[in-house]
Design a protein around this ligand. Structure first.
Ligand code: SAM
Length: 263
């Protein structure tokens, strides 16, 4: 079967991009340079894959839908070297795939899996130079939100602790077939160098952030009671009477490091 005849599958979050001006803007934002290794997650019918292959000549793509694998390989023709990996990206060891050289990730992600894919990529951040992902706009808004904003939450803190987050392009539903119910946006994530992150114990940090935002309406003194006392919160430069949504990322890092030190 050809890519044109493919019937999209809702269960796999298949909304295929057909607006070529959006594709062009993503390519401009990505700005692939000779020698770089680019890995696309979820190539679908190739809306981004083939223009990228034409420009960069080499590309690795990871696609879960078995029906798309052979047509993608066939359609690559002599545009360039397209390696199509048939897998669930969550099962792909990106560190092994990178084989010692940094990779750049790009993808119009299946929205039902965007958080797991983001955290999977982050777990392999040592080999990931950057990520350009299309997501639900609402998720991108949360990722980039500042303290005090209505949408500042656990996702904002967890991502901003590890990455520089830059929202880039807003994309309306009509740019896709079939159109999703929500607006979309492209975001750039650049993992920070490990020494700039400065988190002593990532699991402890994640636990503190989860507890802090678990009960949004509670003060930190109460929300964090299972994790630490008000004295520790205060020592990290946080008002124990404040709510999590007003506290800067660095303060959560300071608190988690203080607790790690005290162990
Ligand atoms: N990149 C194409 C485009 O922009 O038109 C398709 C984007 S579509 C929103 C998401 C793609 O991710 C689909 O091709 C879907 O089959 C694929 N996909 C869904 N779950 C996946 C998974 N777990 N691993 C890899 N690909 C997946």
């Amino acid at each position: 079967m050809s890519l044109d005849a493919h019937r999209t599958k809702k269960s796999l979050g298949q909304h295929f991009l057909h607006d070529t001006s959006v594709v062009e803007r993503i390519l401009q934002a990505l700005d692939p340079q000779p020698g770089e290794r680019i890995v696309e997650i979820g190539p679908g019918a190739g809306a981004l894959t083939f223009p990228l292959l034409r420009r960069h000549r080499t590309l690795t793509a990871i696609e879960f839908d078995r029906d798309l694998i052979a047509p993608l390989r066939a359609a690559a023709g002599d545009l360039g070297e397209l390696e199509v990996i048939h897998a669930d990206v969550l099962d792909v060891d990106l560190t092994a795939l990178a084989a010692g050289a940094p990779i750049r990730l790009v993808g119009n992600l299946p929205y039902n899996l965007s958080s797991p894919i983001l955290f999977h990529a982050l777990a392999h951040r040592a080999v990931v130079r950057d990520m350009h992902f299309m997501l639900q706009k609402e998720v991108v808004d949360r990722m980039g939100a500042a303290p005090g904003s209505k949408v500042y939450g656990r996702l904002s803190v967890m991502l901003q602790a590890w990455c520089r987050v830059t929202p880039l392009i807003r994309v309306p539903p009509g740019a896709f077939r079939p159109p999703p119910k929500v607006d979309s946006a492209v975001v750039r994530l650049v993992p920070k160098p490990e020494d700039a992150v400065g988190i002593a114990d990532p699991a402890l940090f994640a636990g503190v952030v989860r507890a802090a935002f678990g009960q949004r309406r509670k003060t930190l003194r109460n929300a964090l009671a299972p994790v630490c006392d008000a004295q520790a919160i205060d020592a990290a430069g946080i008002d124990p009477g404040a709510r999590a949504e007003t506290v800067a990322v660095e303060r959560f890092v300071a608190l988690a490091n203080l607790l790690a030190d005290a162990r």
